[in-house]
Design a binder for this molecule. Structure first.
Ligand code: SF4
Length: 425
């Protein structure tokens, strides 16, 4: 199985009776031990290329086994999405799938008949999560082929270079725009497909793979309570050790999001709208439910490592809540029309309730846990309860919860800093 996000992979999982991602993640711990899952990433600290037994895992142990070892890592990333661990999983698995893909392409060359080669290539690319087909021998007009060869080969390339430059694949125009670019001028286009070389196909697929990892982690994160298991926590911590060793230089610049001063400019649109104050019909949801949960988790526990975490698990006294979090919530409430807390003074007790202290005005830290500390609602819940708050921007495409929007932006910001510092060295 080549692409764990491809249609074929999903059909395969359905065919063995697995209907949802969470169901799949719930059976993995009984089938794949932590060390086995880690073999997909641990090689990075000792060698540049994945070992053959990992590249061939789908053949030696079967497709289901192979795909389970990969999804085990995705389950672990949900413990704390967006960090060096995600970088590590992306990097190592891109290399595994790229090597596997190259190996399988080489194997198609053993077929003597061109039609058989095309058939095998098509079987291979059909498994990808992007719309690609293999190009048949006479598909490009003879006249066009001569012109293209002149442009691509420039007469001086050796056989291997020529093979790499051959237009062996065609990608659907919609996926071309998504993963390659927006300028068709330099390409041969026919029947809704853009003709490309092997290297371009691999690059396009890499982009889709990275995006799919983010999408999958966000999808699992949506129902992450269901998979909070020691197995995934342990796997996450071991991933963290390997990542810290591999990315030594970037440590200190890229760190996982932890309790830290809030960066308002990185908040998602719905939170910015709530902060600006909203009309009466929206006030309670926007301020007491959404803003209270978002600001409190973002400030003091952006990556809760267990289910039903309490405020007292994350801070030692209430000063952060009293001096930082409550003023933000009260100010936003006062910007509502009419002002929320002037209109409904008891709503402050409801804020404490949503912070997990029960319905009260002056709690102590020890009282945290008297009610549930509400986690920020997922985007689909926000859209259902308060559609006026959801005005998605381009970054909303990747996430399914406002808190992961913020974690992702924090991560991208620190990654940019790290890249700049590497350049300036
Ligand atoms: S998509 Fe989600 S994060 Fe973005 S504005 Fe809507 S609710 Fe907020």
């Amino acid at each position: 199985m080549l692409d764990p996000f491809g249609k074929k992979a999903l059909e395969y999982l359905n065919s063995v009776g697995i209907e949802s991602l969470n169901e799949f993640l719930s059976i993995i711990p009984a089938r794949i031990d932590v060390n086995t899952a880690l073999e997909r990433v641990s090689w990075i600290n000792t060698q540049n290329y994945p070992p053959d037994d990992i590249i061939n895992l789908d053949r030696t142990k079967g497709e289901l086994y192979d795909i389970m070892t990969f999804y085990a890592l995705l389950g672990a990333l949900v413990v704390s999405p967006y960090g060096l661990e995600m970088e590590l999983v992306k990097l190592t698995n891109l290399e595994i799938y790229r090597s596997r893909f190259e190996q399988r392409i080489r194997e198609t060359k053993k077929e003597i008949l061109p039609s058989k080669q095309t058939e095998k290539l098509n079987n291979l690319v059909n498994q990808l999560s992007i719309k690609v087909k293999a190009v048949t021998k006479n598909e490009i007009d003879q006249r066009d082929r001569i012109i293209l060869e002149k442009i691509l080969w420039k007469d001086e390339l050796d056989i291997e270079d020529r093979e790499n430059k051959e237009l062996k694949f065609k990608i659907h125009i919609s996926d071309f725009f998504k993963f390659i670019g927006d300028d068709l001028k330099k390409y041969y286009v026919k029947g809704g497909y853009v003709y490309i070389q092997k290297g371009m196909l691999i690059n396009a697929w890499q982009r889709s793979f990275e995006l799919n990892i983010e999408r999958a982690v966000n999808k699992i994160y949506e129902n992450r309570d269901e998979i909070f298991q020691n197995y995934y926590s342990e796997l996450y911590h071991r991933l963290n050790e390997i990542a810290r060793k591999y990315f030594k230089k970037r440590l200190g610049i890229i760190e996982k999001a932890s309790a830290q001063p809030l960066k308002f400019d990185l908040f998602p649109p719905c939170i910015k709208i709530a902060l600006g104050g909203v009309p009466s019909g929206l006030r309670n949801y926007a301020i007491t439910v959404l803003l209270t949960s978002f600001i409190s988790y973002a400030r003091i526990c952006p990556n809760p490592s267990k289910r039903n975490v309490r405020v007292k698990d994350c801070i030692k006294d209430l000063s952060i809540i009293e001096k930082e979090i409550l003023p933000i919530i009260i100010d936003a409430g006062n910007r509502c029309n009419p002002p929320l807390f002037e209109d409904q003074p008891n709503e402050v007790k409801n804020v404490w309730y949503h912070l997990g202290f029960g319905y009260t005005s002056y709690p102590t830290l020890e009282e945290s846990g008297n009610s549930t500390w509400y986690f920020p609602p997922n985007c689909d819940k926000i859209r259902a309860n308060a559609p006026q708050l959801c005005k998605p921007d381009k970054d909303c495409r990747y996430i399914r919860n406002p808190l992961t929007y913020y974690l992702r932006k924090l991560y991208l910001e620190s990654r940019k800093r790290s890249e700049e510092s590497e350049k300036s060295e």
